[in-house]
Design a binder for this molecule. Structure first.
Ligand code: NAP
Length: 360
């Protein structure tokens, strides 16, 4: 695989910091530029981030030396330097939509962690093990944008990255009819650490703005299908969620209940999880976990602290599968929200796009 030059838009933020760690020494991607708001522009990345560095590993030296560019004012310049950009910025939704379209129209593909374009019908929202074929809609999007190589591809929300992969291998054979998920979400999902979010200590906050809508609606796009020039959402399963913020640094846990048209046995579910693998495993993409779904037999697993980093934080952990009195089954699952749920998931999607020739 040839090496691609990439930029990180939002490099000073929580997800941006993860990108710099994941892309340092990446076999296919080489970070040549970083960008953020005008507040950070002009400074070296290491100085712009300063005490906001929230990772346990140190900032990669070469990336830290890059001068931060202005994500908005420098679009043309950045687009001329890179093959594509990763984008994770904290801005009003309409501004993010415009920013990402401006990069695409400057012929710079955008692999995005932002929610702004998740509802755009010709923008693929991809979990590479689940709906890799949705990237084919990019041709229709390029036609609409009038671009040759510029496009936007997005990652779904971090809250659903555990239960959608767990339900997916059961969809076709057993038809999930309804699912309920209560999520217990880490503070890094709000771009926070315990230092910057002291109110979360000894606390649970029962509201995360917009999260329940995303957790209920985005799975239906992921399970949707391409029809003409758009992705048409699936209409089932019916999904209901409650999303809580809990005092955990990284790792979103979900307590899940599910019912089926054809109720599987417990063994059939475990077998489906064990045997599930997708295109990233088949193509041996650099960031793909070898085993996507890990099942724990122990009653007290998965635990965020112990299990979020399995397979570099790219796998999903599941446990406590048992029959339920109201739904057919219930179980608990966990995924690392800034790795599989954000930067890692975006890097894996970019690897899929690179392998399929979308950055050539
Ligand atoms: P964050 O830590 O608050 O970082 C925000 C980034 O956006 C910073 O680099 C900031 O630059 C930049 N920014 C803010 N205003 C800007 C402007 N006007 N122009 C250009 N850049 C600007 O946020 P985050 O947690 O990394 O999240 C970033 C995005 O990823 C959000 O859309 C979020 O919803 C999404 N996301 C986050 C997670 C997660 O687990 N954290 C998961 C999935 C998706 P300055 O430092 O210069 O202000």
């Amino acid at each position: 695989m040839k090496k691609f030059n990439v930029g990180i838009i939002g490099a000073t933020g929580m997800v941006g910091q993860r990108f710099s760690l994941l892309l340092d020494k990446h076999p296919w991607f080489n970070v040549v530029c970083v960008a953020a708001s005008s507040r950070s522009a002009g400074k070296k990345l290491k100085d712009a981030v300063g005490a906001k560095w929230a990772m346990t590993e140190p900032m990669p030296e070469a990336i830290g030396e890059l001068t931060v560019m202005d994500a908005t004012a420098d679009i043309e310049k950045i687009s001329s330097m890179v093959d594509f950009v990763f984008c994770a910025v904290n801005m009003p939704k309409d501004e993010i939509k415009a920013l990402e379209e401006a990069y695409a129209k400057a012929e710079c593909p955008v692999v995005s962690n932002n929610s702004a374009h998740r509802g755009t019908p010709d923008v693929p929202m991809v979990v590479p093990e689940i709906n890799p074929e949705h990237i084919e809609i990019i041709e229709a999007q390029k036609k609409r944008l009038g671009t040759k190589r510029g496009f936007i591809a997005v990652k779904s929300n971090c809250s659903l990255q555990s239960y959608v992969p767990a339900l997916h291998p059961l969809m076709e054979k057993f038809k999930v009819t309804k699912a309920l998920a209560c999520t217990y979400q880490a503070i890094s999902g709000a771009g926070k650490t315990f230092e910057t979010f002291p109110d979360i200590l000894d606390n649970v906050i029962p509201f995360i703005g917009g999260e329940e809508e995303k957790s209920e609606q985005e799975p239906l796009k992921i399970w949707g299908r391409i029809e003409g020039d758009k992705i048409v959402n699936a209409t089932t399963p019916a999904i209901t969620t409650q999303c809580l913020r809990v005092p955990v640094s990284d790792g979103h846990t979900a307590a899940v209940f599910a019912s089926f048209e054809k109720k599987p046995t417990k063994e059939e579910i475990l077998e489906a999880w064990k045997n599930f693998s997708g295109v990233p495993q088949e193509l041996e993409l650099p960031s793909a976990p070898k085993q996507f779904l890990h099942y724990f037999e122990e009653d007290n697993r998965p635990q965020a602290k112990l299990d979020r980093n399995i397979e570099g934080g790219m796998a999903v952990s599941i446990g406590r599968l048992r029959e339920d009195t109201q739904y057919d089954y219930k179980f608990v699952c966990l995924s690392h929200n800034t790795l599989r749920g954000a930067a890692g998931g975006a890097v894996l999607m970019a690897e899929l796009l690179a392998a399929k020739g979308y950055f050539d």
